[in-house]
Design a protein around this ligand. Structure first.
Ligand code: CS2
Length: 487
């Protein structure tokens, strides 16, 4: 393997903290922190990161502390080339396992020098109904933050507490930048924070509406969760022995709406695209990349594959993905030319083939209830409104239904915030595919009502679920559907 090593030249004594990040996972370390690393290499400025984990992983924080927050990102172009980057953009980190640590985090967020809060808390960390985008006021974590606004646990509650502090201190608000895979992620975060405030402090809600900016952004880099085996193979490939190392693909993209009243780092210099409106980039990425990923996950697992690259070696799968992207996503993206989308699709297929990543399909299959609406369902409704068929999306939905049904039958935990209700739903309806499909489509949190009343659509889904559950090879279904299998 040809390895290129890029050293960091950041001296943390030269830069103060300007960004508080919540969600110190692999994605943050391999995406935003790399952009900041590149920016700080070229420009002065107090834009180092204070990174917090509010859910899990005290071990990572300890490891980073022991290494003075120096870690490595290994970018694999393919199986022959890798670039190792030394990263020092994170100045400090915290694991918020209790109220004392959370108070420390809020204090850092309330510091006048903190001008941006960034988030990678995954879709479920926003406590929004995936289908309507409304705040889940009944959720236990939100109930907790409503009852104890001075001791919040959720990212939303922490942001609200810090904004209140800044307001009463007379400090200008920070900008809140969501870096999660949701459509209009900034607007959604704004709605979530304002809804939380409205529930017990309407005046504060109004203040946020008027004064706080929540730009939308599109983030893209494939960063699989690292396992023990990965650490071993990274060591073999690159000689890097670092417990906090992250591996990812070479490709990276970040498109951000340029609305940072409190100031921002010169992110353009590191390749970030600063734009007025991110929505085009966002739908293309969510539907083409993430939509294909979810197809790979549910149908690839069904076909017996474990990783994305393995599934891509199954000749029927890339052909099917290409059809999905060009025939079922492209018509919903009229602002891009056919050629642009063909190129984007081709590039994605190459990215998925990267066998060094060992990207587990199981990881992508997680949290389906949070992902399906923006990846497939919004597009599906748009296709239906222009009378276009969506066989790949329909097979994908059937794949998800059979995935949860298989998991329940095998007594596996369905890794999803709705996991226990999904398991219960499968338990009560598994005798008949028709009942199972009806009960799934009835899940208002996920599926728009318009779907469950279309008898043709429902019938096709029942047939597909039946075939998957009775062992019809998924490759055969990809090739036959919609031609022969159902009319
Ligand atoms: C993946 C994403 O796990 C998933 O759901 O689809 O994490 C994907 O790898 C990234 O969005 C790529 O930018």
């Amino acid at each position: 393997m040809k390895v290129t090593y890029i050293e960091s030249n950041i001296d943390s004594r030269d830069h103060d903290i300007g960004i508080v990040h919540i969600g110190l996972g692999a994605f943050h370390r391999a995406h935003q922190a790399v952009y900041l690393e590149k920016t700080l290499k070229e420009h002065d400025g107090d834009w180092m990161i204070f990174a917090a984990n509010i859910r899990s992983n005290s071990q990572l924080v300890q490891q980073l502390e022991q290494a003075s927050h120096r870690y490595h990102v290994v970018e694999y172009s393919d199986s022959t080339d890798a670039t190792v980057r030394e990263i020092r953009a994170i100045k400090s980190s915290i694991y918020c396992g209790d109220d004392v640590e959370r108070a420390r985090l809020v204090a850092q967020m309330a510091e006048p020098s903190t001008r941006i809060i960034t988030l990678t808390v995954t879709e479920k960390g926003y406590y929004l109904s995936p289908s309507t985008g409304n705040l889940l006021l009944e959720h236990a974590d939100i109930q907790h933050d409503l009852l104890y606004p001075g001791r919040p646990k959720s990212a939303l509650g922490l942001i609200l507490a810090a904004l209140k502090r800044r307001r009463s201190d007379g400090t200008k608000p920070f900008t809140v930048l969501s870096c999660d895979n949701m459509p209009h992620n900034g607007n959604r975060t704004k709605r979530a924070v304002i809804s939380l405030a409205e529930a017990n402090d309407p005046d504060m809600a109004m203040w946020i509406k008027e004064h706080v900016s929540f730009p939308n952004s599109m983030v893209d880099r494939i960063v699989p969760a690292a396992t023990g085996d990965d650490l071993e193979s990274i060591y073999v490939d690159t000689g890097i022995d670092d417990p906090s190392v992250v591996k990812c693909e070479a490709f990276s993209e970040w498109v951000v709406e340029d609305d940072f009243p409190a100031g921002r780092p010169q992110l353009e210099s590191s390749g970030v695209l600063m734009v007025q409106d991110v929505s085009l980039y966002e739908s293309r990425k969510l539907r083409m990349l993430n939509g294909s990923h979810s197809l790979l996950a549910y149908l690839g697992l069904h076909a017996g594959h474990k990783t994305v690259a393995q599934a891509m070696r199954d000749p029927d799968i890339p052909k099917f993905l290409q059809r999905y992207m060009l025939e079922e996503v492209a018509p919903t993206l009229p602002d891009f030319s056919k050629l642009e989308l063909q190129k984007y699709c081709k590039r994605l297929l190459v990215r998925f083939e990267n066998s060094s990543l060992q990207h587990q399909l199981k990881q992508i299959a997680m949290d389906g209830s949070q992902k399906l609406p923006q990846r497939w369902l919004e597009g599906l409704v748009e296709l239906q409104s222009i009378s276009r068929k969506a066989p790949a999306i329909e097979l994908g939905i059937a794949g998800w239904i059979s995935f949860i049904s298989r998991a329940q039958a095998n007594h596996e935990i369905i890794d999803d915030p709705l996991g226990s209700s999904l398991a219960e739903l499968v338990r009560s309806n598994s005798a008949s595919s028709a009942d199972l499909v009806a009960a799934c489509l009835d899940l208002k949190e996920i599926f728009p009502k318009s779907l469950s009343v279309q008898t043709d659509f429902v019938d096709r889904l029942i047939t597909l679920v039946d075939c998957l559950r009775s062992g019809t090879p998924v490759q055969q279904m990809m090739n036959e559907y919609p031609g022969n299998l159902v009319s």
